[in-house]
Design a protein. Structure first.
Length: 239
């Protein structure tokens, strides 16, 4: 464990009408304690999980469009609106790590190509653009991710088939167990959420609170659909 606590600094200049404090979960946030090597952020789109993750990434010194501390490139609307209001508590602080932002990964891959073959070696030696989306994600996880680091991942399942999500779980497990890594992941995937002994923080219902795997909508809706597919589809598709 490296990052132990995330604190939101409220002050007189913050307005509940302005983004990101207009998001209920951010508005009500005070402190978030991190107690496990793997922490998941879950919630509906717009619930604030990616906003908080981007703020953490910015304070870690990672490019808020995706990358590590040494990746300097620009993507429109990639700046964090929250980081100046956050305080991170470390024990000890680490500088190694990476922020994966699935929606801007194309731009990151282009940035790596521009840096040339010597840098590509750290990503498997092959352009990320010359691989499928899923292959490029796995190349990143297998080659760029190393020990004593913190990894912030925003919807890593976006490019991964169910089988490759399972592969990712094994990669993450090895990094946590053998190489002293910490992960904070915003996800909608019930497969990835199933990682054992992780903390799951829900951003729904206007607050950030811990929940159990079986209590997440991701698990409940998926399970109900698989168990009652015909009834489920009839209920939502028929007038």
């Amino acid at each position: 464990m490296f990052l132990k606590k995330i604190t939101l600094l409220h002050n007189k200049t913050t307005s509940k009408m302005d983004y990101p404090f207009s998001i209920p979960s951010i508005q009500s946030m005070t402190e978030v304690d991190l107690t496990e090597r793997v922490t998941f952020f879950v919630g509906e789109n717009g619930s604030g999980k990616s906003t908080l993750l981007e703020g953490i990434a910015d304070l870690c010194g990672f490019n808020s469009a995706g990358g590590g501390r040494n990746n300097t490139y620009n993507v429109d609307a990639a700046e964090s609106a929250l980081s100046e209001h956050l305080r991170l508590s470390w024990m000890p602080k680490v500088t190694n790590g990476f922020f994966l932002r699935a929606e801007s990964f194309y731009h990151f891959a282009s940035h790596i190509d521009e840096l040339g073959p010597s840098v590509l070696k750290s990503y498997g030696g092959k352009s990320l653009h010359e691989q499928s989306h899923g292959e490029s994600f796995l190349s990143l996880f297998l080659n760029r991710f190393t020990g004593k680091a913190i990894y912030l991942l925003d919807e890593p399942e976006a490019a991964l088939s169910p089988q490759r999500q399972l592969t990712f779980l094994r990669i993450m497990h090895d990094l946590v167990r053998d190489e002293d890594c910490q992960f904070i992941i915003a996800t909608h995937s019930p497969i990835i959420l199933g990682y054992p002994n992780a903390t799951i923080l829900s951003f729904d219902e206007g607050e950030i609170k811990e929940t159990q795997y079986e209590m997440t909508e991701h698990y409940q809706i998926t399970k109900y659909f698989l168990d009652h597919r015909e009834k489920f589809l009839k209920d939502i598709l028929e007038d």
